[in-house]
Design a protein around this ligand. Structure first.
Ligand SMILES: *[C@@H]1O[C@H](CO)[C@@H](O)[C@H](O)[C@H]1NC(C)=O
Ligand SMILES: *[C@@H]1O[C@H](CO)[C@@H](O)[C@H](O)[C@H]1NC(C)=O
Ligand SMILES: *[C@@H]1O[C@H](CO)[C@@H](O)[C@H](O)[C@H]1NC(C)=O
Ligand SMILES: *[C@@H]1O[C@H](CO)[C@@H](O)[C@H](O)[C@H]1NC(C)=O
Length: 145
């Protein structure tokens, strides 16, 4: 009884330790960041040049959809090798997808392909959201919905 309780505790501690040390990062992770006090997903995205979509997708099942379960010291993967867009732009008030695409000198279709969370008329993009503005298409469309 005592032994199995103790073993369970050890397994739980080992799981936490592996997440904190980053051993739980996905295969092919080529960038990571450690959550600091006060971080939000969009703040991390802006600081490390990773789109809001990419941070959420790479950490699906780890970061919840509202991004309210980050903890200090948590190690997050920022991008998967070969699918890691690090050319980004932080949306400002008044920006439109067209203005962002124009400023980045890319077709709007490329902007939308790399940011599948943004709807086709861009009405759900928001100030502070980080968009991938690369000219290359990184998002694996066979995985996105
Ligand atoms: C996290 O990134 C750092 C470099 O910033 C690297 O030294 C470390 O090995 C990475 N950790 C993992 C688990 O990939
Ligand atoms: C993010 O991108 C900007 C513009 O290219 C660059 O100046 C900055 O060093 C990048 N930051 C990181 C953490 O890669
Ligand atoms: C924007 O597009 C979405 C679907 O992508 C649609 O539901 C919505 O009605 C559109 N809004 C406008 C203002 O066109
Ligand atoms: C895209 O995702 C599919 C399904 O997970 C995978 O089989 C394929 O290798 C991926 N392609 C690239 C270029 O990563």
């Amino acid at each position: 009884m005592y032994a199995s309780f103790f073993t369970t505790r050890l397994v739980a501690l080992a799981a936490i330790a592996s997440v904190v040390s980053g051993q739980g990062l996905p295969a092919g992770c080529d960038r990571n960041a450690t959550v600091q006090s006060g971080d939000t997903c969009d703040a991390i995205s802006a600081m490390y040049n990773v789109s809001t979509y990419q941070l959420a997708t790479v950490n699906s099942g780890i970061i919840d959809p509202d991004c309210d379960n980050l903890f200090i010291g948590e190690v997050l993967c920022l991008g998967i090798s070969g699918q890691d867009c690090d050319v980004t732009y932080v949306m400002q008030t008044g920006d439109t997808c067209q203005s962002v695409a124009n400023a980045a000198d890319i077709p709007i279709s490329t902007l939308l392909a790399n940011n599948p969370n943004v709807n086709t008329n861009c009405t759900n993009a928001y100030a502070g959201e980080v968009l991938c503005t690369a000219s290359q298409i990184y998002v694996n469309t066979t995985q996105s919905g």
